[in-house]
Design a protein around this ligand. Structure first.
Ligand code: ZN
Length: 412
């Protein structure tokens, strides 16, 4: 039976749903580029849970929590969107349990936008605990050894239950280095999986069938992912075919996996140029503060990375004068704040000497205070980038930023 799309629209909150090619679902998502400067784009996107100003950095909330911090603080630092990991949430506490709690936003108490990954990256990282075939990725849980099959369709279903504002397609994540043949085969498989993910999302919206999936965010958008390793012709092919399927935004995946930094920048540059100007571009899993600035210069709008939070817990701190390793004995009697130019709670209240003491004593507040600072540094960098684009001074900002962050102590 043909689904009655227009009738479904009334109750679903989905506006102007189209099922014919191009298969763009006009969800509660829109993106506007407001200004450009030297390759950098200033924009914003609207989601069912609010607006995100771009270029944006998304703190990683792996298990429904940004590690060692509270959402109150993440919000106060100005994060407008966070990332949730589908793999972790699916295994524990489970996507169905979260759907019964009303979806991820309500469950974790974060009312701003959320992007979820597809779970693919974590599954591929399981190495000997997973087998990839055309149907999907079969893997063994790192928690209890139980066996699971993550197909493109299941990745869509799980994220529909979580109810994130942006869901990612399941893609095959290739390790580096890869041969051209392997990269080509993997990119082609990712394309087939992307098509299946889009079909599944359209089906969930238009004709929920037997084994009904209870979605918790009818306005959820879906992003495609460009693959192709470090081979630009494969990247180009991937861009064209992914855009032909049609998504609300596009990510560049498979980078920041050990390739030389210049290679990453040149792939980002050429790939971003080929993507539609009117839609957001998300560079997955990158990177250092320098990477953010350099990739904004190449037209990227969104970033996520565990670096600020993970490094904070290991005592590595980003400052406007380079990186600091707070374990270093040289800070034992250093009364200065971590970063004299930072206005975060940690820098306003505590000295390097105290933070070093907390770290050495294994106090939990060491992780909390360090995380607060690193997140503040990343989010503040994005704010300064956006301001620079507004005032058409992005290039000056970029030069000055690269000069100052590489001015070491950098004893990290
Ligand atoms: Zn600070």
């Amino acid at each position: 039976m043909q689904p009655d799309v227009w009738e479904l629209e009334v109750g679903s909150g989905v506006r102007g749903l189209r099922v014919n090619t191009p298969t763009i679902l006009d969800v509660s998502f829109s993106f506007t580029v407001r200004a450009t400067d030297c390759g950098a784009r200033l924009g914003q996107f609207e989601t069912p849970h609010g607006t995100v100003h771009t270029p944006a950095f998304m703190p990683v909330g792996t298990q429904g929590a940004v590690k060692a911090t509270l959402f109150r603080d993440v919000e106060e630092l100005g994060a407008e969107i966070i990332l949730g990991n589908t793999y972790h949430l699916y295994l524990r506490p489970g996507d169905e349990l979260i759907a019964r709690r009303g979806g991820l936003h309500r469950f974790i108490g974060w009312s701003r936008p959320i992007l979820t990954d597809s779970g693919g990256f974590q599954v591929f990282s399981l190495a000997e605990r997973r087998v990839i075939r055309e149907e999907g990725a079969e893997f063994q849980s790192h928690l209890d050894g139980s066996r699971h099959l993550l197909t493109p369709e299941r990745a869509v279903d799980i994220q529909a239950r979580l109810g994130s504002d942006i869901a990612m397609v399941l893609d095959e994540c290739l390790s580096y280095p890869a041969t051209r043949d392997d990269a080509a085969a993997s990119m082609q498989r990712s394309l087939r999986w992307a098509g299946r993910c889009r079909d599944r999302l359209i089906m969930l919206r238009t004709s929920p069938g037997p084994g009904d999936v209870t979605g918790t965010n009818p306005g959820q958008a879906q992003f495609g992912i460009v693959q192709g390793g470090t081979f630009q012709d494969l990247r180009d092919e991937s861009v064209d075919a992914t855009v032909a399927i049609g998504f609300e935004g596009y990510a560049i995946g498979g980078l920041s996996v050990g390739e030389p930094i210049d290679t990453m920048y040149s792939v980002v540059d050429a790939t971003a140029r080929r993507l539609p100007e009117s839609q957001p571009r998300y560079l997955m899993g990158a990177g250092t503060p320098e990477d953010l600035v350099e990739c904004v210069a190449r037209g990227i709008d969104m970033f996520d990375c565990v670096m600020p939070t993970r490094n904070a817990r290991n005592g590595q701190l980003f400052t406007s004068e380079g990186r600091i390793n707070i374990k270093n004995a040289r800070y034992a009697e250093d009364d200065r704040p971590l970063d004299p130019r930072c206005g975060c709670y940690t820098c306003r209240h505590h000295s390097r000497a105290y933070l070093r003491h907390l770290y050495m004593a294994g106090e939990m507040s060491a992780g909390a205070l360090n995380t607060l600072h690193n997140l503040s540094f990343y989010l503040d960098t994005m704010r300064r980038i956006r301001d620079a684009i507004v005032f058409r001074t992005f290039n000056d900002f970029r030069q000055e930023f690269l000069r100052s962050v590489s001015r070491l102590p950098s004893d990290a």
